[in-house]
Design a protein around this ligand. Structure first.
Ligand SMILES: *Cc1c(COP(=O)(O)O)cnc(C)c1O
Length: 393
């Protein structure tokens, strides 16, 4: 069995491109060209150069000594938090802006929930001098003022989505509408391994640099390329896809995907998509999503804005269904405690999304000679107010 995408754009039963006919030309253009463009040596050269000089790659693989002592196992942290703009999302937006240029596009659109993907997109648009419009729910604009300010500072236009619940899914609908109306000059930068084929595969390939680096870094430090476990948090699934990518078909490397249980899996306020989700179609892709009996998408909840998504990418739906990856869900409280612990044991304040991945150290027992790689997807500066309020610091 392969855990990678097949030539029809599916991971097992999941994926594909379930899109309105009006969107077909845009998606088809990307589908026909993305692999060709990515394998062009000039593309690869420019992508690698920007990852090195602009993003600051390779990100370190750091042996967390005090954390390892506490849990009596060997823990390495892949430091995506040290990237420019503070998370893994920039790996994807760099790749997609180069893709857009090669396709002759001059205008970029994106959707954003918490604003992190909006900032990463506005950043690469400034870098390349391209027009940037970011759709964002009106409610999210009010909740995420610092990221709205960042996008404006970077020269992007932030357009409020005023329909529905005025959050991420409504912003996505607006972005899709825009793309239908501007098929020739516009590229839509999707922020995770979600959306119609080829997005999940394209984004996974851009994020795959994470596991490509882990392999040689672990070889240097441990004398082997393969850890026993790779652990990552999952919202849409892009940082996990990147950390898992080069180990997908290596079944002696165990994969752990960590979802947000919010206030508890069965509390009605969570984002534990694979565990609670049923098969359905969201944003052009067949996958697992949280829905009511009659198929209405359920509003997700998590204390971390980046995990607050009602679906999960099709790669992860497949990893879940086949049992290739173990899915664990972590509550708000468990995550916040783990975030504080990493801060005080290692001097690293993680994003709350990442704190979910760290929290499994308290949840699952590892052996003392196990080698774990935890993907430290982002830094916690953006979440400081949340931590302060939670711990009454
Ligand atoms: C956006 C975000 C996530 C969740 O997105 P994925 O696509 O699942 O990786 C996780 N961590 C951080 C720091 C983020 O900004």
């Amino acid at each position: 069995m392969s855990f990678n995408i097949n030539d029809k754009g599916f991971y097992g039963a999941f994926g594909g491109a379930y899109i309105p006919e009006m969107l077909y030309p845009n998606v088809e253009e990307l589908c026909q060209n993305y692999l060709k463009i990515m394998s062009d040596p000039s593309f690869k050269k420019e992508f690698d150069q920007l990852l090195k000089d602009y993003v600051g790659r390779p990100s370190p693989l750091y042996f967390a000594k005090r954390l390892s002592e506490k849990y009596n196992t060997k823990i390495y942290l892949k430091r995506e938090d040290l990237n420019h703009t503070g998370a893994h999302k920039i790996n994807n937006t760099i790749g997609q802006i180069l893709m857009a240029q090669r396709l002759g596009k001059t205008r970029i659109i994106a959707e954003t929930g918490a604003g992190q993907h909006g900032v990463a997109t506005a950043t690469v648009c400034a870098l390349m001098g391209l027009e940037c419009i970011v759709y964002m729910g009106e409610i999210d604009i009010a909740r995420q003022a610092p990221n709205v300010a960042r996008m404006k500072m970077l020269g992007a236009e932030v357009r409020p989505a005023l329909s529905g619940s005025r959050t991420l899914k409504d912003a996505t609908n607006e972005a899709i509408r825009d793309w239908i109306n501007n098929p020739l000059n516009t590229h839509y930068i999707i922020g995770s391994v979600v959306g119609p084929h080829p997005y999940p595969d394209m984004v996974a390939r851009f994020q795959a640099v994470v596991s490509e680096e882990i392999k040689w870094q672990l070889q240097e430090k441990e004398g082997r390329e393969k850890p026993d476990y790779v652990i990552a948090c999952v919202g849409g699934g892009s940082n996990a896809a990147g950390a898992f990518y080069h180990y997908l078909d290596d079944t002696d490397v165990k994969l752990i995907a960590v979802e947000a249980a919010g206030k508890g899996i069965h509390s009605g306020e969570s984002a534990a998509t694979s565990i609670l989700g049923k098969e359905g179609i969201i944003h052009g892709s067949k996958t697992l999503l949280m829905q009511t009996q009659d198929g209405q998408i359920t509003e997700p909840y998590s204390i971390s804005a980046g995990l607050d998504y009602p679906g999960v990418g099709p790669m992860h739906a497949h990893l879940y269904k086949t049992g290739r990856a173990e899915f664990i869900s972590i509550t708000d409280d468990q995550a916040m405690t783990a975030g504080l612990e990493l801060s005080q044991l290692e001097g690293i304040i993680p994003a709350i999304e990442t704190s979910h991945a760290l929290a499994i150290l308290n949840d699952k027992k590892f052996n003392n000679n196990d080698v774990l790689v935890i993907n430290l997807s982002g830094r916690g500066d953006k979440d400081l107010q949340n931590y302060i309020d939670y711990f009454k610091l």
